[in-house]
Design a binder for this molecule. Sequence first.
Ligand SMILES: *Cc1c(COP(=O)(O)O)cnc(C)c1O
Length: 370
Amino acid sequence: MDREAVVDLGAITANVAALCELVRGSQVLAAVKADGYGHGMVPAARAALAGGAAWLGVADLDEAVALRRAGITAPVLCMMTFGDPAEAVRHDIDLAAGSAGYVAAVEAAAVRAGVQARLHLKADTGLSRGGATPADWPGVVAAALAAQARGSVRVTGLWSHFACADMPGHPSITAQLASFADAVAVAEKAGVTPEVRHIANTAAALTVPESRYDLVRFGGAVYGLSTLPGGAPSWLRPVMTLRARLAMVKRVPAGTGVSYGHRYVTARETTLGLVPLGYADGVPRGAAGLPLVSARGRRWPIAGTVCMDQFVVDFGDEPAAVGDEVVLFGPGDDGEPTAQEWGEALGTISYDIATGIGARVPRTHPGGDH
Ligand SMILES: *Cc1c(COP(=O)(O)O)cnc(C)c1O
């Protein structure tokens, strides 16, 4: 191991099992989009299914098809609505539509494939991203019901997504819940009989029980992460540990400029260690100077500019040696930083840190793949 992202698949399984227990009565969808939030999509999906997830969620059609190609047969919801759905329809992916135009595209693909497409109609209840506005909703519902009557489409879901679920008490949360209840009522009155109605993500499911409906779409929580203030509750375990071994160690005199731009200059004779991870691997350039590295039982600051492929740590008179393990983030058991702490220090969220870990960093699974 020179550098690796250790992905504790057993923790994914345990997190999902705990989430299933929490929302008992509602089904659990595990979001594995964006390569499983950076953890590896297919292994994460299998671990989540082992924990009791009934559904998997992805962002785009290629991700959905990749799950099928890996042999995964569980229901998969593709949450974004763009691209030609032909291949996804053939693979029995649940598709989302927030416009009559995309309903038509899904129906056309189903007719060509000679199958019945499964469709979740998406209401825009206030995020103003995907989904039909309240004004457009009745038309989308009517288009879907007409397609369903022709036989090539079945409306399997009604759904929406929150804008401010990680801001507990934000007035938009109750407003969106009310708007979603209206959208569901309109659709059901028109004749839609959905298998699942769903609006909650991690933050909503954890803080607003009435948002759970029939299905909760958990993303961050699967990986022990959350966008809520303070991060995920402690009963969820962070899944990824990012670590590397020092590639080089050298003794330098006082006044030595370190890394690009000499933004760090040694105050006295000291020992520098070279960590083979850079911003191309997802270590943010803004981390320069921050004490976000754990080695030899304590924290150390990043010395100077984070380069594309590596950065430097100033170890003072500590007897650091080539091969010493450096942990950037992990579950926090041994005082190492967490992805939550990295997110807070960098003015972003833990998801941004985890999904940013580059493809060059091998994902290893100590427990073995499921
Ligand atoms: C990614 C995503 C989720 C999961 O969100 P988390 O905050 O990670 O739980 C849920 N719903 C939609 C539409 C998403 O895009």
